[in-house]
Every structure is written in structure tokens, then in C-alpha cells.
Write a protein that binds this ligand. Sequence first.
Ligand SMILES: Nc1nc2c(ncn2[C@@H]2O[C@H](COP(=O)(O)OP(=O)(O)OP(=O)(O)O)[C@@H](O)[C@H]2O)c(=O)[nH]1
Ligand SMILES: [Mg+2]
Length: 325
Amino acid sequence: MLIDDIKIKVRAGHGGRGAVAFNKTLMSLGPTGGNGGKGGTIYLEGVSDIGALSYFRGKKELIAEDGENGKHQLHDGEDGKDIILKVPIGTLIHNLSTSEDSEIISIGQQILIAKGGRGGKGNFKFRSPVNTSPTQFQGGLPGEEFELRLELKLIADVGFIGLPNVGKSSLLNELTDAKSKVANYPFTTLDPNLGAYYELVLADVPGLIEGASDNKGLGIKFLRHIDRTKTLFHFISAESPDPVKDYKIIRNELSAYSKKLLDKVEYVFLSKSDLLDKNIIKRKLNELKRIGKAAIPISVLDDESIKDVEKILRDIIKQKHQITS
Ligand SMILES: Nc1nc2c(ncn2[C@@H]2O[C@H](COP(=O)(O)OP(=O)(O)OP(=O)(O)O)[C@@H](O)[C@H]2O)c(=O)[nH]1
Ligand SMILES: [Mg+2]
């Protein structure tokens, strides 16, 4: 199971205490207490592995090392080791303690999430002409401590949606190196799958059914992964007795998750078009046309139709460049 929503506690290291110590040689009785070390800081770092949040499963609290206390002879305590936690790109970090949100969007990007406490000053730092034998020292400061919710929202360009068993995974496998499981029964895909078509990331989302928003089937939690895609590929099987009804079922479920999903650019595909007679395909396309949807017939067994899809993908790539240039 893809872990895409998890709560954890993080606690950065506490700073070490400053030392109180004095030089023992007779000629100089000055203070020699060293400073405490800094507590370890906790960072999150972006990685490409979308399964990286599984590391956090069963872990309640992640604690960085404390700084060492200061020592005599002006030796400072060692700093506590930092912790760098890997999270998939597309992870939203909700700090439940401060209500602040941040986000990891690129590989290698690091975000500081809990700062280690500063180490305290040793008595050496308190010396002065009027206080040549100071006994003061500072304690270390506590490390920051937060409760976090890590929520993965995949960063994909195109989201594949539709009822189960309509050929979403088959097309993903056809277009990319992905090896999404394909089988002739509903709910073959249990977790979102990603594939790369040149620079585009395509996301195959588990099938939706009527009532998914009331937790029927696999529910609609996966729709978080198309929250941020610009474009949707909406698959309707040519085998469906009522393509318009299928279309509306999916749109209703999208709307129940978030109205914003309805505003995305949408391509409607009448999939598995090889299975039916041309005239029947035409009739089904017309039914969709009557509700204003110009569907495109596709089949993974027909090279021409795959080329049609690739043309759409190339256009999306072009548009992406226009936006960024
Ligand atoms: N004839 C034909 N069969 C297809 C085509 N595309 C997919 N199939 C078959 O349809 C069945 C379902 O395909 P999948 O790709 O697993 O469908 P899905 O939409 O990912 O299904 P879920 O993961 O359950 O939501 C499999 O048996 C595929 O071999 C097609 O273009 N033509
Ligand atoms: Mg599938």
C-alpha cells in the first residue's frame, strides 16, 4: 500500500549544558568550562521514490541527537547529529503544532523542520576583570518539537481517471516504461502509478465507482493525487452500455472530492474501441457529443490511436514550454 498520508512527531536535539571548570595549575586559576554542543536538527529532503513515506510507518516519534555537555580544558561538547528524512517530491508538510505548511517539490530540496537547541556557554565565556572565577554557565536550549502531517500529492502532468477496468493502466504501460498491473477485473490498480512520457509525468489512479465519495470501492482518497495535475484523461470503455452515464458518474465523484477537479483540462477517451463494430463506436461517440463531449476512440491494440494520444501529449509538452518561457 502506498503510504501517502501519515502523522509523525519530530523532536530536534537539545543543546548541551555549558561546563564550569577551572584551571588547576597554580599560576592561573582562570575558568576553563567549554560550551555545550548544539542539538541535532531535523530536515526533510525530496527524493523521486513515491513510496518513501513508508519509512515512517510505525514510527511515532523521530528524535535527533542531543548536543554533548561542555567539558573542562575549554573543550566544547560535540554537536548532536542532524537527521535528514527522505520524502517523495510532492509531499506537503503540515505542521500541526504551528499550523504552518510547506512543500517539497524537487529532488534534493531540503527543508528544515525542527531546529536543534543551542548549546549553553561554559563559565569561560563569563569571565571579566571583575569576575575572574565565574561559576555561571548556561543550560542548553531545548530542540524544537512538532507534530507533522506528511501528505503526498503526486506531482503529475496528466491524471488518468475513469471507472475500473477501462484500460487506464494498459495505456500507461503502452506509453511509458511503467509496469502497472493489468487484468480483466475491476480494481486491479490499488495504488496510483506513475509513468514518464518524455518530460511529462502521467499518473494512473485506481478506478472510481458510483458512491466512491461515500467510501464505496476504493474510495476517493486517491484523488488527492490529481489535485495538482493540469490535465485529465477520462476513460470510458467502448463496451459500456451507457457511456454518458459512466461519464457523469465519474464527474460526480470528482465534484464530491473537490469542485476544482471539474475545471481541469479534460480529454475523453472511448477506450477498447477495437472490441466493437465501427458503427456502434460512432453511435456511442454521438451520444457523448450530445452532452458536449468530443470523445476520442482509442485502443492499445491500434497504433494509429496510440499516435493520436501521443499527439495530445506532445501538445501538452509544447504548452508547458510556452508557460515557462
Ligand atoms: N481489447 C482491448 N482490451 C483492452 C484495451 N485496454 C485494456 N484492455 C483490457 O481491459 C482490461 C482492463 O485493463 P486495465 O488497464 O487493467 O484497466 P484499468 O482501467 O487500469 O482497471 P483498474 O485498475 O481496475 O481501474 C484488461 O484485461 C486489458 O487487457 C484495449 O484497448 N483493447
Ligand atoms: Mg489499472
